[in-house]
Write a protein of this length. Structure first.
Length: 456
């Protein structure tokens, strides 16, 4: 009996046609004047090829767009004429298409595990991707060395499983100024690495009611006001330096978790929060700062911080599957147009994966054994790349022919988009959703078992 397909043809079709709809694309192209006076340019097919070809990776990024554009029925032109279309009006068009994808994603229902949803309506992760560019762009996008590079400042939604926003900047700029909290953050949770950590950020989290979890910077010197959990050998004055408590063995790290109320900074920059410590497998400790209430224990806080890995996986999706790190355009508009195309293509994969998760029945109880592999955005993106021509053709179809083709595409993506390592490397989000995932047997053991069966 064939495995039940979770993903539907209507799901895949809706997502593609919501982000790349013919009528809207024609309006965008008219507003940006991309196709004006270009008789041999099929603008609608061109911008669709920009997005869909980002997942193919057969050659250079612009060459991939050209190949898909021609093979899907676009009028043939010389290579130089084709590359001449990568100008400011194309950048404007791709920027608008990417904005449409972001807007569509933000309207989707959230899928937030109970532990996270209990304290914030959604959790956002902020990180940057650095993209090295040809040296011809060094004046516009200076890197930190003698090269050109730009940064994509990503704000990733855990509940949506995709990017919420992504401003661009020269790589030389520091990350922190690109994370500014305001009223739009109220009620959200925030996970960031140390590049964004600052006392001002912690103060702004309190001001705008944002829950946060971040690692303790080595340069920060927290003052301990009270220890709620951990082995304390003798009394100490509130405000004692945390490192001093450890050095004098007033607070002993003996394999137990630590939970303390601490103060950071001084004067107008003074902030208060929780400091929790969790022992690592190698015997060291990992320390986190948070403003989550004490009902969330130290190990749970460590699990929440592990969710930050989702944006690292999304960065890998952008680079290895949608070739964000293979942009060799020689002009700023062309480079930015290709960035927007890669990001839009990546969002398409994430939105289809999100729809799959929403269609999938959640565990009926905490600890229920997962028996079917979850969808994996990177595997899904590779399947989308191999189905690029079919997807491009399906966008041109109508009626029953379109329905049949989208069902076939959905079945193909559902089949090839499964996570092959779901048992041995289960997602932290799957675990937080309540799934029990039993590790699979090593391949050698499976082969030995099969050999014994055959011998009998």
């Amino acid at each position: 009996m064939p495995a039940r397909r979770v993903l539907r043809g209507t799901d895949v079709r809706e997502i593609f046609e919501s982000i790349l709809p013919s009528e809207t694309l024609r309006g965008i192209l008219a507003a940006t004047r991309f196709q004006e006076r270009q008789r041999r340019l099929d603008g609608e097919r061109f911008v669709r090829s920009m997005v869909i070809a980002a997942a193919t990776g057969y050659g250079g990024r612009q060459a991939d767009v050209m190949r898909l554009y021609f093979e899907s029925g676009g009028p043939r032109v010389a290579r130089g004429g084709f590359y001449a279309w990568f100008g400011p009006t194309l950048e404007q068009s791709m920027n608008e298409i990417a904005r449409r994808a972001l807007d569509y994603g933000r309207r989707q229902p959230l899928d937030v595990p109970v532990l996270l949803a209990a304290h914030a309506r959604d959790w956002h992760i902020v990180d940057t991707e650095t993209i090295k560019l040809p040296k011809a762009l060094q004046a516009e996008y200076p890197g930190t060395g003698d090269y050109a590079a730009l940064k994509v400042h990503k704000r990733f939604s855990v509940g949506l499983g995709t990017v919420h926003a992504y401003p661009l900047s020269p790589a030389r700029e520091h990350d922190a100024p690109h994370l500014v909290l305001d009223e739009t953050w109220r009620g959200l949770g925030l996970l960031v690495d140390l590049g964004y950590a600052s006392l001002k950020l912690i103060a702004d989290c309190e001001r705008y009611d944002v829950r946060f979890v971040l690692r303790l910077k080595e340069s920060w010197k927290p003052k301990v006001d009270r220890v709620a959990r951990g082995q304390v050998t003798r009394t100490f004055f509130p405000g004692t330096d945390f490192d001093a408590l450890l050095d004098e063995e007033v607070l002993v790290l003996n394999g137990r978790v630590v939970d303390a109320e601490v103060t950071l900074g001084r004067g107008n920059q003074k902030v208060r929060c929780r400091l929790v410590g969790v022992p690592a497998p190698d015997g060291s400790y990992r320390f986190y700062l948070t403003n989550l209430p004490p009902v969330v224990g130290p190990r749970q806080i460590a699990d929440i911080y592990r969710v930050r890995w989702e944006i690292e996986s999304d960065n890998k999706l952008d680079q290895s599957c949608h070739h964000l790190d293979e942009i060799y355009a020689q002009t700023g508009p062309a480079a930015r147009a290709l960035v927007h195309a890669s990001m839009t293509s990546s969002m398409l994969a994430c939105l289809i994966a999100h729809r799959h998760r929403m269609r999938e029945a959640p565990p009926r109880r905490v600890g229920q054994e997962r028996t079917a592999p979850p969808i994996h955005p990177q595997m899904l993106a590779r399947a989308m790349g191999s189905a690029a021509m079919k997807i491009a053709a399906a966008l041109d179809l109508q009626g029953r022919a379109a329905e049949r083709e989208w069902v076939a595409i959905a079945d193909y993506l559902d089949h090839l988009g499964k996570d092959p390592n779901w048992r041995n490397r289960p997602s932290i989000l799957d675990q937080l959703r309540g799934w029990k995932i039993t590790p699979g047997r090593p391949k050698a053991a499976r082969l030995a078992s099969a050999t014994r069966k055959n011998a009998n």
